[in-house]
Design a protein around this ligand. Structure first.
Ligand code: ATP
Ligand code: BTN
Length: 280
């Protein structure tokens, strides 16, 4: 009886959240040579970033991917909390790129997610500066990059990627207005294993391109929903209004302020404002 109840709730849970993530399922048909060739998969941990950092400090093989079904202390940019209920993707990937590639990692990660989502689901995505992935103006993925410099060398980089795959936003009122998931957009669950495989493949393709000197800047810029839009930028305690005029090759945002001056923003949070007669 207990067993029956257990398996019923397991079926229900898998129906709602998609299949379980296992190393063998991901490896089956994964064509990468580096990204995702070593997988550490956890049911529940604080944050995949913590484990990935430890791995990087111990010189884990490049491409090691730390995946969690749930994170109890998932974190986002600017020290914010990141919700990771069951059914989503939370992954951190260890890389050892040359220092010159550091600025491009934001572009690399967000473009890889955008391409992977579009190829697996057919959903059109856009990017919001610096590295959010949006569907119909709502956030479906966040990217967190942690790097460690030693002297003038990059010791390691960790790409932390959180994708709302099968989460139902109706169950998460606190972010429902600003966030979405692939399942909510499509009206059906999406295979996280297929998404991860596609993500690893895209990451590797773009990473190899970077090494051969291919810039990601044009592709990143083309996909940014932010350019040309009236925005409010929060940078520390500072709040500026203006138009997002462009982005530079180092990834910073060029904001045309209301007084006509041009500001370069390197760290911050952008809210896209509605286009009105007054502001645009
Ligand atoms: P505070 O200390 O100010 O309450 P916090 O650490 O609780 O902050 P917030 O500042 O509320 O976090 O920031 C979390 C941000 O990330 C919010 O914008 C939230 O809506 C968003 N967020 C968290 N998890 C997700 C997710 N899975 N998908 C999309 N957005 C998310
Ligand atoms: C953001 O949009 O602020 C970035 C969110 C990054 C979330 C991912 S989930 C995997 C990895 N582990 C974390 O704790 N954070 C990143």
């Amino acid at each position: 009886m207990v067993l029956l109840r257990k398996s019923r709730s397991m079926c229900y849970s898998i129906f709602m959240t998609g299949e379980r993530i296992t190393a063998s399922a991901i490896m089956d048909g994964l064509n990468t040579r580096v990204i995702g060739r070593r997988l550490l998969i956890f049911d529940s941990i604080s944050s995949t970033m913590d484990v990935a950092r430890k791995e990087a400090l111990e010189k884990a093989p490049e491409g090691t991917a730390v995946i969690a079904e749930r994170q109890t202390a998932g974190r986002g940019r600017l020290n914010r909390a990141w919700l990771t209920p069951e059914g989503n993707i939370a992954v951190s990937i260890v890389l050892y790129p040359p220092r010159e590639c550091r600025d491009a990692l934001i572009m690399l990660a967000s473009l890889a997610v955008l391409n992977a989502i579009q190829s697996v689901t057919g959903l059109a995505c856009q990017l919001k500066w610096p590295n959010d992935v949006l569907i119909h103006g709502k956030k479906v993925c966040g990217v967190l990059i942690e790097t460690k410099m030693r002297a003038d060398r990059l010791d390691y980089a960790i790409l932390g990627i959180g994708i709302n795959v099968n989460m139902r936003l109706a169950e998460h009122a606190e972010i429902q207005a600003i966030a979405t998931s692939l399942a909510d957009e499509l009206g059906k669950t999406v295979s996280r294993v297929t998404m991860l495989r596609s993500l690893f493949t895209e990451l590797e393709r773009l990473y190899i391109g970077l090494f051969s000197g291919k810039s990601l800047y044009d592709e990143w810029r083309r996909n940014l929903a932010t350019i040309g839009r009236p925005v409010t930028v929060h940078s520390g305690d500072d709040v500026s209004h203006g138009t997002a005029e462009s982005v530079s090759e180092d990834g910073s945002l060029l904001l045309r302020c209301e007084d006509g001056s041009l500001r370069r923003i390197t760290i911050g949070d952008v809210s896209l404002r509605e286009q009105t007669k007054e502001n645009g």
